[in-house]
Design a protein around this ligand. Structure first.
Ligand code: G3P
Length: 341
């Protein structure tokens, strides 16, 4: 009899526990662990990947086993266009990659990250806080299910890592230069005088060695982090586009989380953004020195000539909102005035 009472009590406890575990909290099921894959092209040796490791550790340790982020670096999980498709289709995915992949859905994002717009990280960072960009973020989530957690994972201005130096647009003629798979990049490099070849970054190391391309455009952090100095030694400082990643998550995945899980993600990614920015600023000079020690030469270029050539890019996108370029310039004027103070 005692045994029956004991088993009955155990059953009641078990049912109570399972009811608690399955109870919805702010719309999401707790009790089962939610696994979210974090995908990026950056290799482990790059700062973005290093800051992401900290984000993942922070989220996983704070969420008491209810949430697990799994990090896939170096393009070992679908990324870029494919990663963004997973997000749009509601996958349990966070992508850290170029803003151009959001622009495939909200075209004006290409306009706010266009060539020769910014002269400092601060100008760009201020732009991401503008009403103009807030409206684009809203469009991304409402129309396409792309929730943008950050637009601020900067990794440096992009310049030319090539087999030969380029100082003027004429020097670019005939050069096959890899660009990310994005019309913004293709148009920009074309306008600057080169022959752009779109391919995922992880393919570039062997593409240079096989002579498929003459080099790539990218930041000092990319140059050092991906060991491209082993292939090409001439770095011409065009600074034509800002290297910056967005952190995006599918809205469906986001809404399946509890308010607490959302808060943890928001806070840890903000810490990661700050960490990445601080380290990027600190590392740029160090890495430039490292590159010089590896035999890399740095060149200043005819910036006004390149910028004049690239101006045509702003006329190439029929899907951009009419007048967006003027709006961006007006915003930039305000930003520059504020930053001067
Ligand atoms: O690891 C690659 C990263 O540093 C740059 O990639 O595609 O923006 O040129 P991407």
């Amino acid at each position: 009899m005692k045994k029956i009472v004991f088993y009955a009590m155990m059953l009641i406890v078990a049912v109570a526990i399972s009811i608690t575990a399955c109870t919805k909290n702010d719309g999401a099921t707790t009790g089962t662990k939610k696994v979210i894959r974090v995908t990026t092209k950056f290799v482990d040796n790059e700062q973005t990947a290093k800051s992401l490791v900290k984000v993942v550790e922070g989220v996983n340790s704070r969420s008491n086993g209810t949430l697990e982020l799994q990090l896939f670096t170096s393009g070992t999980y679908p990324y870029g266009k494919d990663g963004m498709e997973l997000i749009v289709n509601g996958g349990d995915v966070i992508q850290v990659d170029g803003i151009n992949f959001i622009a495939d859905y909200v075209p004006d994002f290409d306009a706010v990250t266009g060539p020769f717009l910014y002269t400092s990280f601060d100008e760009y960072l201020a732009m991401t806080k503008s009403d103009l960009v807030a409206a684009l973020k809203q469009e991304a989530v409402e129309k396409h299910g792309i929730r943008i957690l950050s637009l601020d994972w900067v990794f440096g201005f992009r310049s030319m890592m090539l087999k030969k130096p380029v100082k003027t647009p004429d020097d670019m003629r005939g050069l096959k230069i890899r660009v990310p798979t994005s019309p913004l990049y293709t148009y920009t490099l074309e306008a600057m005088g080169a022959n752009p070849i779109a391919m995922p970054y992880p393919d570039t190391y062997s593409a240079i060695q096989q002579g498929v391309i003459d080099g790539v455009e990218g930041s000092i952090l990319t140059y050092w982090g991906t060991k491209q100095y082993e292939n090409v030694k001439e770095y011409s400082l065009t600074r034509h586009l800002l290297g910056v990643s967005a952190v995006t998550i599918s809205e469906k995945c986001w809404q399946s989380l509890t308010a607490e899980q959302q808060q943890i993600l928001t806070e840890e990614f903000q810490k990661g953004t700050d960490d990445n920015l601080k380290e990027t600023i600190a590392l740029e000079d160090d890495y430039a020195e490292n590159l010089k020690e590896q035999g890399v030469h740095f060149y200043e270029i005819d910036a006004p000539a390149f910028a004049a050539k690239a101006a045509v890019v702003y006329t190439k996108f029929p899907k951009w909102t009419a007048g967006i370029y003027d709006q961006i310039q007006a915003e930039l004027t305000k930003i520059r005035a504020t930053l001067k103070k």
